[in-house]
Write a protein that binds this ligand. Sequence first.
Ligand SMILES: CCCCC/C=C\C/C=C\CCCCCCCC(=O)SCCNC(=O)CCNC(=O)[C@H](O)C(C)(C)COP(=O)(O)OP(=O)(O)OC[C@H]1O[C@@H](n2cnc3c(N)ncnc32)[C@H](O)[C@@H]1OP(=O)(O)O
Ligand SMILES: NC(=O)C1=CN([C@@H]2O[C@H](COP(=O)(O)OP(=O)(O)OC[C@H]3O[C@@H](n4cnc5c(N)ncnc54)[C@H](OP(=O)(O)O)[C@@H]3O)[C@@H](O)[C@H]2O)C=CC1
Length: 490
Amino acid sequence: MASIPEYYAGKSVLITGATGFMGKVLVEKLLRSCPEVKALYILVRPKAGQSMKQRVSDMMKCKLFDRVREDNPDFHQKIIPISSELTQPGLSISSEDVAKLTACINIVFHCAATIRFDEPLKHALQLNVIATQQLLSLAQQMHHLEAFIHISTAYANCNRKHIDEVIYLPPVEPKKLIESLEWMDDGIVRDITPRLIGDRPNTYTYTKALAEYVVQQEQDKLSIGIIRPSIVGASWQEPFPGWIDNFNGPSGVFIAAGKGILRTMRASNDAVADLIPVDVVINLTLAAGWYTAIYYLLIPTFLNPLEQAFRRPNANITSNYLINQYWILVSHKFPAFIYDLFLRLSGQKPQMMRIFNRLHKAISLLEYFSSQDWEWNSDNMNMLMGQLTPKDRKMFNFDVRQLNWPEYIENYCIGTKKYVLNEDMSDIPAARQHLRKLRNIRYTFNTLLVVFIWRVFIARSQMARNIWYFVVSLCFKFLSYFRASSTLTN
Ligand SMILES: CCCCC/C=C\C/C=C\CCCCCCCC(=O)SCCNC(=O)CCNC(=O)[C@H](O)C(C)(C)COP(=O)(O)OP(=O)(O)OC[C@H]1O[C@@H](n2cnc3c(N)ncnc32)[C@H](O)[C@@H]1OP(=O)(O)O
Ligand SMILES: NC(=O)C1=CN([C@@H]2O[C@H](COP(=O)(O)OP(=O)(O)OC[C@H]3O[C@@H](n4cnc5c(N)ncnc54)[C@H](OP(=O)(O)O)[C@@H]3O)[C@@H](O)[C@H]2O)C=CC1
């Protein structure tokens, strides 16, 4: 059997979502580890005033591609951008491009999706389900297609506790839902969304479940593989440790906690954080492409500190709603209010409350996932690992048992600093100095608060004074008792 790089040699690959977090890592790894790959066709749309060409050219300048650039400075010649807006009929691909793709593509990786938890249902359905359906139709016209790999999510079936590697019946027949939503205006759809998504937490997981079903419907016509990553985080090793480019999931949590903004979060201390490094997911995805295609080809024969932190980082996790609300008030809203007051008084625009409102929205959307855990069956993944040659197993490593988690989390946090916030590592001493300043401000503030409480409440009331003296003398008694017992034991 061909090794993975041998399989991809001479192949033309179509990738959707190549400008996204996982898509970029997929493009990079394919170019670096399968240098004989013929061409990568990527579906890209113009965005935020930038043309498709400009976006792709910016993407290739990104640090992520440094290693590929070193190996092959002309790597960009293998990337062929195709203009496509996935929410439009026919994916808005020109007829010339359709002809080009149907003539040459061997493998499709469908990564594009909206991953927003608060996406209005109609849009999530349009992109995650209808676009997938359209891509499958296009794939069926491809004369040399060997594999169609769809990236789903481990949370597509998060309404179940135990999840097997099967496609579960969808909550509703996607075709019927698409037809009924067509005539409804956005207001009606918004009103019925909670009823439709039922026991799933958001439109994202709901539409990803529908998309899996839509993909499965084509299994007789196409050779299909579905990947279900859990919470995808910074890279473990490749192309270098800690690479990350977004605020999603844990990244936003690490950054907000590192900046000292996030001080409390509702989550279960017992739940497992199902974090998986992006390079592991991409290695598995490429291996799955190889396996699905090889299987198909056999059919004819036989089948560190952050800069300018708001406060010192100290985020606490609690599963208790009331305790969390208390800390939100004391540790988030109160300091934000004070800071905004200071900004107002010094003639500047208040901003901290706005930032916290945004943070609370983001964190509350993660709560469903951070407060419980799931059991996933991974027999297929283990089987796939067993099929790889020792060399491929090393080059396309997705065996997370070798992962040193503390080291990974440290690299992840450094990665958010370097690649998301673009902060310089040489500024660390200044960042530490800033944290020391914050600590001194806190000590001063706490001292002033104690003096204030004393003056206002205790010094003015005989009863409060008595209670105060009682508590202080009790503390002294405890202290002298412990001192005496420790002297005895010594
Ligand atoms: C060992 C310890 C481990 C600890 C782990 C800790 C926590 C993990 C807990 C839970 C994680 C659960 C994740 C479940 C994953 C499911 C897996 C998947 O299948 S898909 C990926 C998950 N998807 C997401 O994470 C997307 C979530 N995001 C959203 O839905 C939206 O972005 C939003 C949070 C609703 C915010 O929407 P809004 O319109 O208000 O803002 P924008 O998105 O337009 O962003 C505006 C601006 O803010 C920046 N931003 C976005 N998110 C954050 C954030 N969390 N913190 C800080 N800043 C954030 C964004 O980049 C924009 O900036 P700019 O304007 O400069 O571009
Ligand atoms: N990140 C995670 O934790 C996890 C992700 N997944 C899945 O992995 C896949 C990739 O996720 P990730 O890389 O994180 O997501 P990103 O949001 O980083 O990337 C999404 C990609 O989809 C493209 N896209 C979105 N809308 C359109 C559109 N209308 N037309 C054309 N392209 C569009 C984006 O292009 P543009 O740049 O133009 O916006 C971008 O390239 C998704 O299917 C997601 O469900 C699964 C589990 C976890």
